[in-house]
Structure formats: structure tokens, C-alpha cells
Design a protein. Structure first.
Length: 222
């Protein structure tokens, strides 16, 4: 209960009701959004992130993500991007992001006009490494599964990397570096391969356009 309160208050939420006995009940408010919490089931493991969740429909998701990121930097000195609690990365143009609290609850912010024809699991119009990259986007932005994204992209690089265009390899290696950092895995193999690519100015522009939301991108490409 105290961890939940501390987390949401650090983001700017106001506590409108707090009760610990005879059972836990919390009510929080921020920017017109009301979050209510009750007692957790016995034996619940927050690390499984199956506690609960809700959808918050908004006109534009970017301002909400920016507000939470700014609050995290102000309180923690960094963006909480791994473990519990955390916030998922936001790619410019994306239509959703997820806030995961210390109890493993997922608060998913979704843009009201999100396209109904979203591809879940990789576009069937794509092949090879390009399809894997699209699948990774879905796994990271919609399913919040960085581990599966990491495994899928490593496998795709082994199968399709040699035949893929250099810019696709660059996109994949940048994603692998970021995923490795989030998951606490070594980044050296992917960084070394990225340094070995001969990227044109157009290649770099495309990578920066698609992955500019990754904090270390400019350093990796340098």
C-alpha cells in the first residue's frame, strides 16, 4: 500500500481516499483520471505483472508520457524503464504506452483514434528481418514483452541478418542494444556489429526517424 501511494504521488497523483482497515482501499486522482485500488488476492506475485489493469482513453498520449517521464526524472533522477515500477518507451507517432506500478498493475494510455487495423504479431505484408522488426514493435509497444522481443530479434538476425539490407540490420542492432540494456544483458556483441556496418546518410536518417526515441541512439550511431 505504501509503495503504491509513494509511486503515484511521485507522478503527481492526489490521494482522495485512503483506508487500510478493515480492508485496503485507495483512491487517487490526476488530470481527471481516477484510480481506485482494493485488496490484492492471496498469493499474488507482483513480478508476474498479472495483478490488474485498466485502459485510459485520451485524445493524445504523448503529453501524458512526457509528464510521467518528467516526474520520474525529477524524483528519481532517471526514467524508470525496467523492473517494477516502470513506464514503457514512447515512440513518436505511437498510439499507446503503459505505466506499470509496484504491484504489477498496468495502466495503459491509448489514443482514442488508434487505428482499428493494427497488426498484432507482425505484418503479413513483410518478410525476413523487416517482419521481425515489425513484430518487435508490437511486442514492445502493445504487449510490453521486452524479453520475447529480444529473443525474437536475436533469432531473426541469425536467420535473416546476412541477407537483409544494411539499414534493416542497423535498425535491428539498435533495438538489440536497447533491449539488452533494459534486460541487463551484455550490449557489446550488438554494439560491435553496429560499428562494423557501413551506413549511408540515408540509412542513418531512417534509423534516427524510426528509433529516435531510444535514449542512447546518437551515441551508438557515432
Amino acid at each position: 500500500m505504501e509503495q503504491t501511494l509513494a509511486f503515484y504521488e511521485s507522478l503527481g497523483f492526489e490521494v482522495t481516499y485512503k483506508q487500510s482497515r478493515p480492508y485496503v482501499y485507495l483512491a487517487l486522482l490526476w488530470s481527471g483520471i481516477h484510480l481506485h485500488f482494493g485488496p490484492a488476492p492471496k498469493g499474488l506475485d507482483p513480478t508476474r505483472e498479472e495483478s490488474g489493469g485498466c485502459l485510459v482513453m485520451v485524445d493524445a498520449v504523448a503529453p501524458y508520457h512526457a509528464a510521467f517521464v518528467a516526474a520520474m526524472r525529477r524524483v528519481h533522477g532517471k526514467v524508470l524503464s525496467s523492473g517494477l515500477p516502470r513506464i514503457t518507451r514512447y515512440r513518436p507517432g505511437a498510439s499507446r504506452f503503459t505505466l506499470i506500478d509496484p504491484s504489477g498493475n498496468s495502466i495503459i494510455f491509448i489514443q482514442r483514434d488508434e487505428p482499428a487495423e493494427l497488426e498484432y504479431g507482425g505484418s503479413k505484408k513483410l518478410t525476413g528481418l523487416a517482419r521481425a522488426l515489425d513484430n518487435v514493435r508490437i511486442l514492445r509497444e502493445f504487449k510490453n514483452d521486452d524479453l520475447q522481443a529480444f529473443r525474437a530479434l536475436k533469432s531473426a538476425m541469425r536467420r535473416h541478418g546476412a541477407d537483409a539490407p544494411v539499414v534493416e540490420r542497423g535498425l535491428a542492432l539498435c533495438q538489440l542494444i536497447d533491449l539488452a540494456m533494459v534486460l541487463g544483458e551484455p550490449t557489446d556483441p550488438w554494439a560491435a556489429d553496429l560499428r562494423g556496418l557501413e551506413l549511408t546518410a540515408d540509412d542513418r536518417q531512417r534509423i534516427e526517424s524510426e528509433l529516435g526515441h531510444l535514449a542512447g541512439l546518437q551515441e551508438w550511431l557515432a
